[in-house]
Ligand binder design. Structure first.
Ligand SMILES: [Zn+2]
Length: 464
C-alpha cells in the first residue's frame, strides 16, 4: 500500500461464555452434542416461555470488564434486537444496547516499540443465535444449497461481545491485539475462546484514510472471522481495495462483507444496516441488572496480573519476543516458579520452553539441579519425573559436570595415548577429529566431564 494511506481498524469480538447452562434457560451447553438435543420451550421461543438470566454469565462479563478497565454499570438493561432469520426463533435476540454491563475501558497493548492504548467502547452480554447448516450446494453457503437445516443447540448460548474503538492501525496489530485479548479471556476462565470451535469469532471494521487526515471514511465490516490469519488477510484485502477505489475517485459505501480465504476475495454481504433497523427496545420480560458493589469488588480481586502486564514485566529480563512467547503459551507461570527459587530469568525461560511441564512443588528441587549444573542425562531424568510426583534434588546434585583439571588430565592423557592414529590426523591439520577425542573422554567419564574443559585440555596437549 502506498505510504500515504493508513488503515483504521476496529474489532467486535464474540466469545461464548463458559457456563453450565444457556443464557436464559436451563438447557445444558455441550459442544458437539447431537443436533437439537439441548433445547427447551424458552430457547425455542414457545409462547409464554419466560427468560431467566444466568448469574454466572453476568459475573463472567463483569470480570472481563474489570480486566479491560471498563466502567462497570450499576444499572444495565437487556434489550431486544429485532430481526428475522431462521436461526432466531423469537424473531429477536436479547442483547444489551443503551445500557451495557461494561462501558468504556482500555487495553494497554505491549509492542516491541512501546505500548499502544486500544480503547474499549463497551462489553456486553447477549445470547447467540442457533446454527444454520446449508447442505447440497457446492460452496456450503445458502446460494445453491438444496436444504438449509437449523441446529438450535447453540441458540441461547451466553455470548460476550467486546467492541473496540477504531484504534488499531495494521493487520499485524489487529491480530496481536486479538491474540492477547484471547489470552486474557482464557486466563480469566470465562471462555475457552477457541476460534476453530467457533467459541471465539471476530467482526472486523476496516477503513483507510490519508495519513494525518481527521475523521473516518466509510468502513467495511467483515463478518464472522474464525482464524487469526484470516483476520489479517481480510484486513489487508479490504485496505488494498479501498485504497485503489479512493485513488480511482470512486465513492465507497459502508457495507458488510464476507471474506473467502480460499480466493482471498471479499464479497458484499449486505449494505450495512443502521441501529434503527433493529428497533431496539428494553426487554420487558427481564428486570435491569444492578450488580451489587460487593460482587464487583469480589470479582476485582479475581482479575490478577493480566497477560499484557506480565509481558511488560518479563520483557525487562528477557526481551519482548521472549516474553511474548512465554506469556502467550502460558509457560511464564512455571518459569516464574523457577525464578522465585533463584534461577535467572533467561535460564528459566529456556528451561520451560525446551522441557515438559513440572509440578509446582518441584520448582525448588529443579532450581537447585539447574543451578548446580547437573549433567544433561541426570537433569533430563529429574525433569521427566518432576511432572509425576515429588522429586529429591539430593538424588541428582552429585552428578555435576567434572571440570576439575587435575581430575581430567589423566583421562585426557589416556585417550591421547590410546588413539595415536587420530592424534596424527589432528596434527596433520584435520581438526575435525578433535570431536572424536572429546567423545572418548566423555565416554570414559560417563558423560560427566565438562566438554569445554576437555576441549581446551586436548588442544593444549595436542599442540605441545
Ligand atoms: Zn433452553
Amino acid at each position: 500500500m502506498a505510504a500515504e494511506w493508513e488503515t483504521v481498524i476496529g474489532l467486535e469480538v464474540h466469545a461464548h461464555l463458559k457456563t453450565r447452562t444457556k443464557m436464559f434457560c436451563r438447557c445444558e451447553l455441550e459442544y458437539g452434542a447431537a443436533e437439537n438435543t439441548r433445547t427447551c420451550p424458552v430457547c425455542l421461543a414457545h409462547p409464554g416461555a419466560l427468560p431467566v438470566p444466568n448469574g454466572k454469565a453476568i459475573e463472567h462479563t463483569i470480570l472481563l470488564g474489570l480486566a479491560l478497565d471498563c466502567e462497570i454499570a450499576s444499572h444495565a438493561v437487556f434489550a431486544r434486537k429485532n430481526y428475522f432469520y431462521p436461526d432466531l426463533p423469537k424473531g429477536y435476540q436479547i442483547s444489551q444496547y443503551e445500557a451495557p454491563l461494561c462501558g468504556r475501558g482500555t487495553f494497554a497493548l505491549p509492542t516491541a516499540g512501546g505500548e499502544r492504548t486500544i480503547g474499549i467502547t463497551r462489553a456486553h452480554l447477549e445470547e447467540d443465535a442457533a446454527k444454520t447448516v446449508h447442505t447440497g450446494g457446492a460452496t456450503g453457503r445458502s446460494v445453491g444449497a438444496s436444504a438449509s437445516l437449523v441446529d438450535f443447540n447453540r441458540g441461547g448460548t451466553p455470548l460476550l461481545e467486546i467492541v473496540t474503538e477504531p484504534d488499531l492501525r495494521s493487520a499485524d496489530e489487529a491480530m496481536w491485539f486479538l491474540r492477547l485479548l484471547r489470552q486474557t479471556i482464557v486466563e480469566l476462565g470465562i471462555s475457552d475462546a477457541e476460534m476453530e470451535k467457533g467459541t471465539l469469532r471476530a467482526d472486523v471494521n476496516v477503513s483507510v484514510r490519508r495519513t494525518g487526515e481527521e475523521g473516518y471514511r466509510p468502513r467495511w465490516e467483515i463478518k464472522n472471522m474464525n482464524s487469526f490469519t484470516f483476520v489479517g488477510r481480510a484486513i489487508e484485502a479490504a485496505a488494498r481495495r479501498q485504497v485503489a477505489a479512493h485513488e480511482a475517485g470512486e465513492e465507497l459505501v459502508q457495507s458488510t462483507y464476507d471474506y473467502d480465504p480460499d480466493t482471498d476475495r471479499l464479497t458484499v454481504h449486505r449494505s450495512k444496516e443502521e441501529a434503527d433497523d433493529y428497533r431496539y427496545f428494553p426487554e420487558p420480560d427481564l428486570v435491569p441488572v444492578e450488580p451489587p458493589a460487593e460482587l464487583v469488588e469480589r470479582l476485582r480481586g479475581l482479575v490478577g496480573e493480566r497477560p499484557a502486564e506480565r509481558i511488560r514485566r518479563i520483557e525487562q529480563a528477557i526481551g519482548f519476543d521472549g516474553a511474548v512467547e512465554l506469556v502467550t503459551t502460558g509457560k511464564d507461570v512455571s518459569a516464574e516458579w523457577l525464578v522465585v527459587e533463584g534461577v535467572p530469568w533467561r535460564t528459566a525461560a529456556n528451561v520451560v520452553m525446551n522441557r515438559g511441564p513440572f509440578l509446582r512443588e518441584n520448582a525448588g528441587a529443579l532450581a537447585q539441579i539447574i543451578n548446580a549444573g547437573v549433567v544433561r542425562a541426570a537433569a533430563d531424568k529429574a525433569f521427566s519425573l518432576s511432572a509425576l510426583g515429588p522429586i529429591d534434588a539430593g538424588d541428582y546434585l552429585g552428578q555435576t559436570a567434572l571440570s576439575d583439571e587435575s581430575a581430567l588430565e589423566p583421562v585426557v592423557d589416556g585417550v591421547i595415548a590410546a588413539n595415536p592414529e587420530q592424534v596424527e590426523t589432528y596434527r596433520g591439520g584435520k581438526e575435525g577429529v578433535l570431536g572424536f577425542l572429546v567423545g572418548q573422554v566423555m565416554r570414559e567419564t560417563q558423560g560427566k566431564a565438562d566438554p569445554k574443559v576437555v576441549n581446551r585440555l586436548l588442544r593444549e596437549k595436542l599442540q605441545a
